[in-house]
Design a protein around this ligand. Structure first.
Ligand SMILES: Cc1cc2nc3c(=O)[nH]c(=O)nc-3n(C[C@H](O)[C@H](O)[C@H](O)COP(=O)(O)O)c2cc1C
Length: 324
C-alpha cells in the first residue's frame, strides 16, 4: 500500500508552515499536492528585487517554512521524507515531502512544534540577564541537527567587530534609494495580512546603538531605554552557499528560533551584513570560519510581544483539480 498525503493534511500543516519568518514578512512561499507528496516552492511573485536580488532571503524563508511543515507532519503522526530541490529544471521548488512510515512524535518535535505559534521577532531592548550555558548549548545543537553551525560571538572585541561590519552594511544599504523605497512598501500602519506592522518594528535606532536595527518606522525610545549593553550575538552559517545550502540554513534558522522560544528566549534578526557581499565576507573573516554566514541574531530575554499576521492558507495552496 502506498501512503499519500491528503488535501486536508496539507491545509492543516501549511497553517503552521506559514508562521515562519520572512524578509519584510513577504511570505514568499507556495505549497502544492502532487502525486500524494507535498511540494514547497519559492513564490517568484513575492520577491524583493532591491533587497534580495539573488533570492537568498526567499530560500531562507521557504526553508524555515519547510522546517515548520516537517514538524507539523511529524506531530500529526505522518512524518515526511524530504528531498531538497527535487527538480533541477525547476529551481523554484525547494523541497518535495513524501510520507515516511507513521510513528509517534519525539518529545523534542513536540516542544519545538509548541513554540511555532509563540515565536515572533522581538526588536525591542532585552533584559540584561545573560543567556545560561545550557540554553547556549541547545541553540548550537539545533543548528548542528540541521547540518549548519551557530557561532556565539563571545567577548567585547569580537562582538564589536561583528557590530562594526553590521553597521557598515547598514550604511551601504541606507544609501540605496531602491532598497529604502522597497522597505517602505512593506511597512504597514493599518492591519494587513503581510508586511511589517509599524508596532512590531522596534524602536527607532539611535547613534549609541551597538547593532543597527533595520528601520520599520518604529517610535522614538524613552530616555534611558537603551538596548542591553552586552547582547548575545550569534551567527548562523552553512558549509557552502548553493541554493540547497540556503534551504538547509532556513531550516536550521527555524530550528534555532523555535529552540530559543522553547527556552523562554527572544530573538531579533539582522541580515544587513548578509545582504552586502563585502560585509558577508568581512563577517566570515572576523569569525575565522569556513563556510558561509547566513544570518546574524541578537538573543536574550525580551518583553512579551505578539505574532505578526499571515495571509490566509488558501492563498498559498495549489491543490490538484478534481475532475467533475
Ligand atoms: C531572510 C530573513 C532576513 C531578515 N532580516 C531581518 C532584519 O535584517 N531585521 C529585522 O528586524 N528583521 C529581519 N527579519 C525578520 C522578518 O522581518 C520577520 O520574520 C517578519 O517581519 C515576520 O515577523 P515575525 O518574525 O515576527 O513572524 C528577517 C527574516 C528573514 C527570514
Amino acid at each position: 500500500m502506498t501512503i499519500e498525503y491528503t488535501g486536508e493534511q496539507l491545509r492543516a500543516t501549511v497553517a503552521d508552515a506559514v508562521r515562519a519568518p520572512s524578509l519584510h514578512n513577504t511570505q514568499p512561499w507556495r505549497f502544492r499536492l502532487v502525486d500524494g507528496g507535498i511540494e514547497v516552492s519559492v513564490d517568484p511573485l513575492r520577491g524583493l528585487p532591491a533587497t534580495d536580488p539573488t533570492g537568498w532571503g526567499a530560500r531562507i524563508a521557504a526553508g524555515a517554512a519547510l522546517f515548520n511543515l516537517r514538524l507539523a507532519l511529524a506531530v500529526a503522526g505522518t512524518p515526511a521524507t524530504v528531498r531538497l530541490r527535487p527538480y533541477p529544471a525547476d529551481p523554484d521548488v525547494v523541497a518535495r515531502l513524501v510520507p515516511d512510515l507513521p510513528r509517534r512524535p519525539t518529545p523534542v518535535e513536540q516542544s519545538l512544534y509548541g513554540a511555532i505559534r509563540r515565536r515572533f521577532s522581538n526588536r525591542a531592548p532585552f533584559w540584561p540577564d545573560p543567556v545560561p550555558a545550557e540554553a547556549r548549548w541547545r541553540l548550537g545543537e539545533a543548528a548542528r541537527a540541521e547540518q549548519c553551525w551557530l557561532e556565539l560571538v563571545i567577548g567585547t572585541s569580537a562582538v564589536n567587530a561583528v557590530a562594526e561590519v553590521a553597521r557598515s552594511a547598514h550604511r551601504v544599504l541606507e544609501r540605496d534609494p531602491a532598497y529604502v523605497a522597497e522597505r517602505a512598501e512593506w511597512i504597514r500602519s493599518e492591519p494587513a495580512p503581510d508586511g511589517v506592522p509599524a508596532g512590531a518594528g522596534g524602536p527607532q535606532s539611535e547613534p549609541q546603538d551597538l547593532l543597527p536595527q533595520r528601520g520599520f518606522g518604529g517610535r522614538n525610545r524613552a530616555p534611558g531605554r537603551d538596548f542591553e549593553p552586552e547582547p548575545l550575538v550569534a551567527v548562523l552559517g552553512s558549509a557552502g552557499n548553493t541554493s540547497a545550502d540556503q534551504i538547509l540554513a532556513g531550516q536550521a534558522l527555524q530550528r534555532v528560533l523555535l529552540t530559543a522560544t522553547d527556552a523562554g528566549l527572544s530573538v531579533s534578526m539582522l541580515s544587513q551584513p548578509i545582504e552586502v557581499p563585502a560585509a558577508r565576507e568581512a563577517l566570515r573573516m572576523s569569525l575565522g570560519r569556513f563556510g558561509t554566514p547566513q544570518m546574524v541574531m541578537r538573543i536574550g530575554y525580551g518583553q512579551p510581544g505578539r505574532a505578526t499576521p499571515r495571509r490566509p492558507v488558501e492563498e498559498v495552496l495549489d491543490l490538484p483539480v478534481v475532475p467533475a
